[in-house]
Design a protein around this ligand. Structure first.
Ligand code: AHR
Length: 332
């Protein structure tokens, strides 16, 4: 959809692209490849997804694919399998292909400056979705679209402070963190710790990453249960880790939601079902339905329009009663 090349150059470009796409597919998992200049007049968006680690992520991928089709945008999609090096390769591939806009959800916060500068030098606007980067140079990307993760952690902590306000002795909390170095893990931890500081009885006695997966949540919770005879509260940085932890808690002969108060983040259907069933006690919502807003932003930045530097998603919280009400209409 861009420049017209002489036949031999077009053939050489196509061959180089095939080789490049092959190398990205070998480390990540690409749905689409080829040269962005292959004849379509559609806006071409290269998207690098973190992976498929959670129910949230699956819903996010679906939202992005459906919204691209709806908006008439040609989507090139790569699944990085939770590896930063795969995301960097995918972004370089999109630069080589001269896509119109690049968007990605950065698996971790640090280490993006070089590749973002390469995109900027190539004149390709970049949109961050879901997770932010810690680059000091904000001109390396056009905007960030996603959640306020610190707020999600804070709302979780504030609910716990209220729920345990009559506790007279220590309340032992274990924390299942998300992927080490990721924005949601860093920010949710921070927001939660700040909120629970209001009650000195509330103490985090163990905190470890379960990598946002069910298997990770189960495995780390088993370790927590072995090492800590008294666990009163579990704060899991997402539903999936909380759901994995349920298995470990039940296997240890304890009743989730009663013997151990469980707080999670996301509010995907499985998490909401656990909340409605009384196995979880509270969920702070994190919406994965970013696709339509992302497509709108992609069109705007491609047209050279100004966009706000940060666009936050509107979110809420759920108690078991609220989960029961919301479940029938839950989309993800
Ligand atoms: O970045 C958003 C987080 O990533 C979600 O809370 C989690 O489920 C996902 O894996």
């Amino acid at each position: 959809m861009r420049t017209s090349l002489r036949p031999w150059r077009a053939a050489a470009t196509a061959l180089a692209t095939v080789l490049l796409v092959g190398s990205v597919a070998a480390c990540g998992n690409s749905d689409t490849g080829g040269d962005a200049g292959s004849g379509s007049d559609k806006l071409v968006l290269g998207f690098s997804q973190v992976g498929a680690e959670s129910g949230w992520r699956t819903a996010n991928t679906t939202s992005i694919k459906e919204a691209a089709a709806e908006a008439g945008i040609e989507l090139k999609f790569d699944d990085a399998q939770q590896k930063q090096e795969n995301q960097i390769k995918a972004i370089r591939n999109y630069i080589q292909q001269k896509v119109d806009v690049i968007a990605f959800s950065p698996v971790v916060e640090s280490g993006w400056d070089t590749v973002l500068k390469e995109a900027k030098d190539a004149g390709i606007p970049v949109i961050l979705t879901d997770r932010a980067v810690d680059s000091a140079d904000k001109s390396l990307y056009k905007t960030f679209l996603g959640s306020d993760f610190v707020k999600e952690g804070r709302l979780s902590g504030e609910w716990l402070v209220e729920n345990k306000k009559s506790a007279t002795g220590p309340v032992n909390i274990v924390e299942l963190q998300g992927t080490t170095g990721s924005a949601p893990a860093n920010d949710r931890k921070k927001g939660f710790a700040e909120a629970i500081a209001a009650n000195p009885n509330l103490k985090i006695v163990a905190s470890q990453s379960g990598d946002f997966t069910r298997a990770g949540g189960k495995q780390v919770m088993e370790q927590f249960l072995r090492a800590n005879p008294k666990i009163d509260v579990l704060f899991a940085h997402n539903d999936d880790m909380g759901l994995g932890a349920l298995e470990a808690i039940t296997a240890a002969g304890k009743t989730p939601g009663k013997d151990i108060t469980i707080i999670t983040i996301d509010a995907v259907k499985d998490g909401m079902q656990a909340l409605a069933d009384g196995k979880f006690n509270f969920i702070a919502e994190c919406s994965p339905l970013l696709g339509p807003q992302l497509m709108d932003l992609a069109k705007k930045v491609h047209a050279g329009e100004e966009v706000p530097p940060r666009i936050e998603t509107e979110e809420t919280t759920f108690t078991p009663e609220q989960a029961k009400e919301a479940l029938p209409n839950r989309k993800y």
